[in-house]
Design a protein around this ligand. Structure first.
Ligand SMILES: NC(=O)c1ccc[n+]([C@@H]2O[C@H](COP(=O)([O-])OP(=O)(O)OC[C@H]3O[C@@H](n4cnc5c(N)ncnc54)[C@H](O)[C@@H]3O)[C@@H](O)[C@H]2O)c1
Length: 253
C-alpha cells in the first residue's frame, strides 16, 4: 500500500481517510468531483507533499481508467449518500453508485491494480431483524439509496467471483465527526443545543444506531487494506453497540 487512490476524497469520510493514509506514508491521489467552481470540498486546505488532487467523475469510464493507472490500492468511497434525495432522484443514485462502482471495478481490472476496497453501508441491512447486525444479516433495500449500494456491492463481488479480482466490500455503520453533513442526527442536535434552543427537534426517540467515530472508521479501512486474504469478503466496521436517539440526545445535552 504505497500508491493509493481515494474516490470521494472531497467528502466527509474520504477526506479523513486521505489524511490518515498520508500519515501512514502513502502517496495519495485524491478524487474530488469535478465542478465548475473548481471546489475540492473538504480537501480544500489540506496540503501535503504526498497528496495529488484530481477532479473528475466516477460516472465516466475513461476517466476512471486514467485515475487508477499506476495505483496499487484503490479506496472507492464516491457515492450519493442522502436517503431522502434518493426518493426523488433514484436514477442519479444508480448512475453514481452502481455504474460508478462498475467503472471503478473495470478500471482496476484493466490496469492490474492489486487491491480494491469498495465502500458499502449498514443501510443495506435495513431495519434490523436481529442485533447486533453481522455480515450474515439479510439485505433489505428500504430506499433507492440502499438498493443502489446493494447493487454496487454485488457488482464488486462479481468481479471477484468472475475475474478473481482482489476486491473487498467494506461496510461502515453510522459514522460521525468533524466535516459530517449538518443534516445528520449528531450535528443536528449539537447545532440546535449550541444555538440555545430549549426544545430540540429529533423525531422518533426510539430507533437505535451503531455510532462510529470517523477516525475509527478510517482505521478500519486501513486495517482491512493491510490484511491479506480478504478478497471477495464483505466486512462491517461497527462497534456492535446500540445507542438510541434518546440516549444520543441526553448524552449530547
Ligand atoms: N457517513 C456515514 O455515516 C456512512 C455510513 C456508511 C457508509 N458510508 C459510505 O461512505 C462513503 C462516503 O460517505 P460520506 O459520508 O463521506 O459522504 P459524502 O457525501 O461526504 O462523500 C461522498 C463524496 O462522493 C463524491 N461524489 C459524488 N458523486 C460523485 C461522482 N459522480 N464522481 C466523483 N465523486 C462523486 C461527492 O463529491 C462527495 O464528496 C459513501 O460510499 C457512503 O455510502 C457513509
Amino acid at each position: 500500500m504505497k500508491k493509493v487512490v481515494v474516490t470521494g476524497a472531497d467528502g466527509f469520510i474520504g477526506s479523513h481517510l486521505t489524511e490518515a493514509l498520508l500519515a501512514e506514508g502513502c502517496e495519495v491521489t485524491a478524487l474530488a468531483q469535478y465542478n465548475s467552481f473548481n471546489n475540492w470540498g473538504w480537501l480544500e486546505g489540506i496540503s501535503h507533499p504526498g497528496l495529488r488532487v484530481v477532479t473528475g467523475d466516477v460516472r465516466d469510464p475513461n476517466f476512471c481508467r486514467t485515475l487508477v493507472k499506476g495505483a496499487d490500492t484503490v479506496f472507492h468511497l464516491a457515492a450519493l449518500i442522502a436517503i431522502p434525495y434518493s426518493y426523488i432522484a433514484p436514477d442519479s443514485y444508480v448512475d453514481t453508485n452502481v455504474k460508478g462502482t462498475l467503472n471503478i471495478c473495470q478500471a482496476v481490472r484493466d490496469n492490474g491494480v492489486d487491491r480494491l476496497l469498495v465502500t458499502s453501508t449498514s443501510e443495506v441491512y435495513g431495519t434490523a431483524k436481529y442485533v447486533p447486525i453481522d455480515e450474515h444479516h439479510p439485505k433489505q433495500p428500504q430506499s433507492p439509496y440502499s438498493a443502489s449500494k446493494i447493487g454496487a456491492d454485488a457488482i464488486a463481488l462479481s468481479f471477484h467471483n468472475a475475474f478473481d479480482m482482489n476486491v473487498t466490500v467494506v461496510r461502515p455503520f453510522n459514522t460521525y465527526g468533524p466535516r459530517q453533513s449538518a443534516r445528520a442526527i449528531i450535528p443536528s442536535i449539537i447545532t440546535q443545543i449550541a444555538s440555545g434552543k430549549r426544545e430540540i427537534m429529533v423525531g422518533d426517540l426510539t430507533p437505535t444506531r451503531d455510532f462510529n467515530y470517523v477516525a475509527d472508521t478510517c482505521r478500519g479501512f486501513i486495517e482491512i487494506a493491510k490484511t491479506p486474504g480478504l478478497a471477495g469478503e464483505e466486512i462491517n466496521i461497527a462497534t456492535q453497540r446500540e445507542v438510541s436517539m434518546e440516549t444520543t440526545l441526553k448524552t449530547l445535552a
